[in-house]
Design a protein around this ligand. Structure first.
Ligand SMILES: NC(=O)c1ccc[n+]([C@@H]2O[C@H](COP(=O)([O-])OP(=O)(O)OC[C@H]3O[C@@H](n4cnc5c(N)ncnc54)[C@H](OP(=O)(O)O)[C@@H]3O)[C@@H](O)[C@H]2O)c1
Length: 273
């Protein structure tokens, strides 16, 4: 789908670079069809050397002739960059935005043209091709545009299509989610250390336990309750620990975390209109 497309990445920082790396690794398009833009000249030169892509500090130059424009500057820079890009964009160009809290409607408003926009909320595991990226189409985007965006993010993980109204909720779940899981890994590690396991060993065991459990959920398609029942022997160690987790409210705490992060995402979105 992407083979003959030219892509401009405006704001080639962590997420933008991960997307460039993923696209090239998956051989979805040639490096010469990608232009990366940011202000730092040394960082641009590094991108050129590492990936062989075109680089420029000039955003308007970057979007010239691009079929797809990926916007990955920080949200607080977004409106200024959109205003800067407006005269250089034509309305056929597909915009894929990963910028948190910036609605597709806001992008169209600032560009002053009815460009198709697909909004995405990747998470940091895109850096190791294990991202979870919900995507949503704006008013002027078609199913075809959505599929194009899907193929970009599939290069770095899994993709789920959602209505844009759920963007704050997915930000609270999978966008912020890696931080919750790092805390879980850290706490399990500390538990192991408290019981005498060397820290490095405990951390490796804890992280692999999270990875392995997640893989079982994804690959077997079994309900998590069934998988949990499979490891809880009557009168055994796991059910004793499950009782402890239930009595201390683990589920409620995690549900509340998603609700709180969603509300915060809504608040932040209100500031970027
Ligand atoms: N990190 C995450 O977990 C995550 C998850 C989902 C969504 N996002 C979204 O992804 C976007 C990027 O996040 P990130 O973590 O990749 O941030 P980042 O590493 O800071 O990348 C942003 C890049 O934008 C460049 N930039 C700043 N001003 C610019 C301008 N006027 N024109 C062109 N480039 C400019 C910066 O480079 P220079 O200083 O060299 O210009 C920087 O490399 C944000 O909007 C964020 O909301 C991030």
């Amino acid at each position: 789908m992407l083979a003959n497309k030219r892509i401009a990445v405006i704001g080639a920082g962590h997420i933008g670079t991960a997307l460039i790396g993923g696209l090239l690794k998956a051989k979805l398009l040639d490096a010469k069809n990608i232009t990366a833009a940011r202000r730092d000249a040394a960082a641009l030169e590094e991108l050129r050397k590492r990936f062989g892509v075109h680089v420029t500090p000039d955003n308007r130059k970057a979007v010239k002739g691009a079929h797809i424009v990926i916007l990955s500057v920080k949200p607080q820079t977004a409106l200024a960059v959109l205003d800067e890009l407006a005269p250089a964009m034509d309305e056929s160009q597909l915009i894929i935005t990963v910028m948190a809290g910036i609605a597709t409607e806001t992008i169209v408003k600032h560009l002053g043209k009815p460009n198709p926009v697909v909004r995405a909320m990747p998470n940091t595991p895109v850096l190791v091709d294990q991202g979870a990226t919900p995507i949503a189409k704006g008013a002027h985007a078609s199913e075809e545009h959505l599929r194009l965006a899907e193929s970009v993010f599939k290069a770095v993980g899994i993709v789920e299509t959602i209505p844009e109204s759920l963007m704050s909720a997915v930000t609270g779940l999978s966008g912020s989610g890696p931080a919750y899981i790092y805390m879980v890994i850290e706490a399990l590690t500390d538990g192991g250390v408290k019981m005498g396991i060397p820290r490095v060993t405990a951390r490796r065991l804890a992280a692999q336990t999270v990875l392995g459990a997640a893989k079982l959920v994804i690959e077997t398609g079994k309900h998590t309750a069934v998988l949990k029942d499979e490891v809880t022997t009557p009168g055994g160690t796991t059910i004793a620990a499950v009782h402890e987790l239930e009595s201390k409210g683990l589920r409620t705490v995690l549900m509340d975390a998603v609700v709180t992060a969603t509300k915060r995402a809504d608040e932040l979105s209100d500031t970027y209109k």
